[in-house]
Design a protein around this ligand. Sequence first.
Ligand code: SF4
Length: 554
Amino acid sequence: MAATAAASAAASLACRHDGHHSVFPSFSVHPPEPSRLFLSKALPKPYPFLCDNYPIAASSHRCMLPLTPHAALVDPSHAFLSADEDKPRDECGVVGIIGDPDAAQLCSLALHALQHRGQEGAGIVSSDGSSLHSATGLGLVSEVFSDPGTLAPLVGEASIGHVRYSTAGAASSLANVQPFVAGYRFGKLAVAHNGNLVNYRNLRSALESKGSIFNSSSDTEVILHLIATSSSRPLLARIVEACEALEGAYSLVFLTANKLFAVRDPHGFRPLVMGRRRPTGAIVFASETCALDLINAAFVREVNPGEVVVVDSRDMSITSLCLMPSKSRKACVFEHVYFALPNSVVFGHPVHSSRYSFGAALARESPAPSADIVIPVPDSGFFAALGFAEASGLPFRQGLIRSHYVGRTFIEPDKEGRNLAVKLKLAPVRGILEGKSVVVVDDSIVRGTTSSKIVQLIKTAGGAREVHMRIASPPIVGSCYYGVDTPSSEELISNRMDVEGVRQEIGCESLAFLSLESLRGVFADEAHMFCDACFTRDYPVPPRNQEIEQLVEV
Ligand code: SF4
């Protein structure tokens, strides 16, 4: 009996791929008993309750969104990929749109704007009011959705989408490309996730011991199993119950036949914003505001940490609920250092402005008075270099040209491939660099392999006399457990050696990192609301998956 239930549950959770597309007919699965397997505490009653940090009408639990347009901060020269094999990689970007007849097409455009957050796979699930329709594929958004015939079956006025980076060993697995779709007792549910669960292995192990069978190696699938096996009703209560079992980082969008849910973890590690599209009034959720800008949606506000926002397509009503008592806010500061596009506003701060301030602070605390010019490592070092140049009074020059046309197939993960990738992506401008003492501003150093190649390029091919590296963030000494793919701590060069050791390794005349105090100073009174654990190893949520891994290995 238990085996039958488990097999049925597995069948319901599997995406039924019909070539490139998946259609999900109605069939329901009864969860195995007992269904409340993983929760130690009951949901507060009466349910739902309100987020106390968002002003909505307490009597109805509904709100009309205030329209608060923001200025689009578009810089076309920095509007494309910032992929670098020696950078941490944000693993995902998510989009949700409801109330627009072109929902799937708009979703593909918004995903294109978020392409820098994930390039290994992309997918969209739409709802026509009764059924969900899915298309997923490996590669860039432009590759997955290049054929108009791919988008055509994604009918309906609501959709969610996802771009992803792979985790180790799963690069070519279509099974890991989101959104995932699952059947549960009362219908179909799709989910797209940005973030990483630190208790994923514990949850998966507990679910498997009760008969759950997993189709992917993604932590997101755990969320679907938790929802499917919950005994709570309605679906909102199931989602809340599932999320209360999660630890770590999650910005989620869920789609059913007629509702879109947007959820952010109580610490708010990863960004998630809400907008309203002109002129249709469609509600849009996205990882970054650059996605709103591209589809003509005005920024409304962030989804608050610990908040669930529900939009019902039948009357476009919006409900805001509190997932659980709010915890201390810990927004990822690395979004401002590197991940987010400079034309985005993330956690309430324009990214280009943060980066400019990092560079200016770096110039004040670690000047290079003998230098002739300041150049950025494009693209992510651009605004920090501008800030450094203006604060130090040195001329800003474009001494490195970045190619945006390097095919992804050129980039191999081994050491030789990484060296080749740097040469293919960055070309020195000899006329600017020759004979000069050059300040080179980059956003961060991870393994140090790229930095050493850049110094080599500037000196040999560029003819520079001296290279002074200035890094617009503190040394990275810890891995991230909240949705960013960083190398192991043994591979982080600043975890293995001090600043002088790093300088010698990358071969420059001088090297300085932005101090932690100056990084925090840019956010002033809000500094305590940012996670900076990769610079401090002060993890807001303990990385429990690693403890489990070690136990298993022993
Ligand atoms: Fe961001 Fe670093 Fe914190 Fe990860 S550890 S969430 S990359 S600041």
